[in-house]
Design a protein around this ligand. Structure first.
Ligand SMILES: Cc1cc2nc3c(=O)[nH]c(=O)nc-3n(C[C@H](O)[C@H](O)[C@H](O)COP(=O)(O)OP(=O)(O)OC[C@H]3O[C@@H](n4cnc5c(N)ncnc54)[C@H](O)[C@@H]3O)c2cc1C
Length: 393
């Protein structure tokens, strides 16, 4: 039986490991955390709308359910030419036929990042942000700045949606506590039109909503640094803040940057349409680790990470005579799909592909749809519910 080594136990890695096992491969997955974390639901932790334990899933259990071997360890380096992966605890791994890389990315952190909280780096930081907001709530007033950053080397790693979701959920949360008027909330981002990638309609709706809710907007200026009491912008202007929440853009993973794999300027792995790494027949890269090719608005998203995993598993199976048909391309799945949550106010459905950009407001029901999606996603991962057609898991 051919052996596949999957690196990374996130959205892309677990989907790939599960499908490759279904195709009849002997699969081992290595990840540095012993849990699978559903990042799209992390927006609700700081405002106590969901519990941390409700958005993490034990990887040992998932390995049992999906029939792959799980090793908790950290990938230190990948030597593709020598067909070797070096792990922190277990040392060198060489006994595999295919390698699937899905370890996500590193972050473009501005100076002073230790003064800001992020909900997209170490998962436990969402809990620290929750506690910091709680402290202000107990005090009864405060200033909170929430923003996101760019990556000039590869804008596909920019993540604005969760910042908008966090802002709108925070506003909703403080209103429920009758404390909103005691808080100053500021949105900041270096771009002139942050979020325009989602389409003109979605961008305008998001900005209009922030204005309507009396959220201050500071955009179009680079972030110089974070300080204990605020965000300093390139021209010296300071956004005063007791708490800063920041979503840094994704950058190439440190272990990948130090590897001999072909990379783009940002350190994402260069792949062809089938997700196979350029110049290496046995290596595939999927999800946030891979360099995406396509339209200007392309974005690293969870739904694309899963689609890439499916494409990758199919193409490996095809090579080994375990699947029939023509090679598949991840580019067919290039789109932006996001149910942008606003708390109990609802959500806005954003959809963009090469033909259209849609923004559909979903007052009230949108929020509960996103909750339902979260529950369904987990049950599908546990194989307690079947996948629905046309929806990525
Ligand atoms: C707050 C937030 C909200 C989001 N909302 C949405 C949304 O609504 N819709 C959407 O489609 N996308 C959303 N995304 C994007 C989506 O979550 C990512 O695109 C997706 O998680 C990428 O999956 P991945 O498996 O490639 O990477 P990751 O999910 O980052 O997984 C990488 C895995 O590799 C492991 N790992 C990392 N380094 C090592 C190492 N050295 N050794 C071993 N293991 C390692 C990590 O522990 C992790 O398990 C959101 C992201 C964030 C942060």
């Amino acid at each position: 039986m051919k052996k596949v080594l999957v690196l990374g136990g996130g959205i892309a890695g677990v989907e790939a490991a599960s499908l490759l096992s279904e195709y009849g491969f002997d699969v081992t997955l290595v990840s540095n955390r012993d849990y699978y974390y559903i990042y799209p639901l992390a927006i609700w932790i700081p405002v106590e709308r969901i519990k941390f334990n409700d958005i993490k899933m034990n990887l040992n259990n998932l390995a049992l359910i999906h029939n792959f071997r799980f090793i908790k360890d950290e990938v230190l380096s990948i030597k593709a030419k020598e067909k070797e992966v070096l792990l922190k605890e277990s040392g060198s791994l060489k006994d595999f036929d295919y390698l699937v890389i899905a370890i996500g990315g590193s972050k473009v952190n501005p100076k002073g990042m230790e003064y800001a909280y992020s909900i997209c780096s170490e998962p436990t930081q969402a809990l620290e942000l929750r506690d910091a907001i709680q402290k202000l709530v107990l005090k009864g007033s405060g200033k909170i700045a929430i923003g996101f950053g760019g990556n000039p080397k590869d804008p596909s790693g920019v993540r604005g949606g969760p910042a908008f979701e966090l802002l709108l959920n925070l506003d909703d949360y403080l209103r429920k506590l009758n404390l909103r008027e005691n808080f100053e909330i500021t949105f900041f981002a270096p771009m002139d039109k942050p979020g325009i990638r989602l389409g003109e309609k979605a961008y305008n709706s998001a900005i209009d909503m922030l204005k309507k809710l009396n959220i201050k907007i500071k955009t179009g200026k680079k972030i110089k640094e974070f300080q204990k009491d605020g965000v300093v912008l390139e021209d010296g202007e300071k956004i005063e803040a007791d708490v800063i929440a920041f979503i840094p853009a994704t950058d190439g993973h440190k272990a990948i940057k130090e590897s001999d794999l072909p990379q783009n300027e940002a350190g994402f792995i260069k792949i062809d349409d089938t997700t196979k790494v350029i110049d290496f027949d046995y290596v595939y890269a999927i999800g946030d680790s891979a360099a995406l090719e396509g339209p200007d608005w392309k974005a690293k998203q969870g739904h694309l990470a899963e689609a890439m995993a499916r494409v990758c598993a199919f193409n490996i199976a095809l090579k080994e005579g375990k699947a029939k048909g023509a090679p598949k391309s991840y580019k067919e799945h290039m789109s932006i799909i996001c149910l942008m949550d606003m708390g109990t106010k609802g959500a806005g459905l954003v959809y963009r592909n090469d033909k259209k950009a849609i923004f559909l407001p979903m007052p009230i029901i949108g929020h509960y749809l996103k909750k339902l999606w979260g529950m369904h996603f987990k049950l599908v991962k546990m194989k307690k519910l079947p996948k629905l057609p046309y929806i990525n898991y």
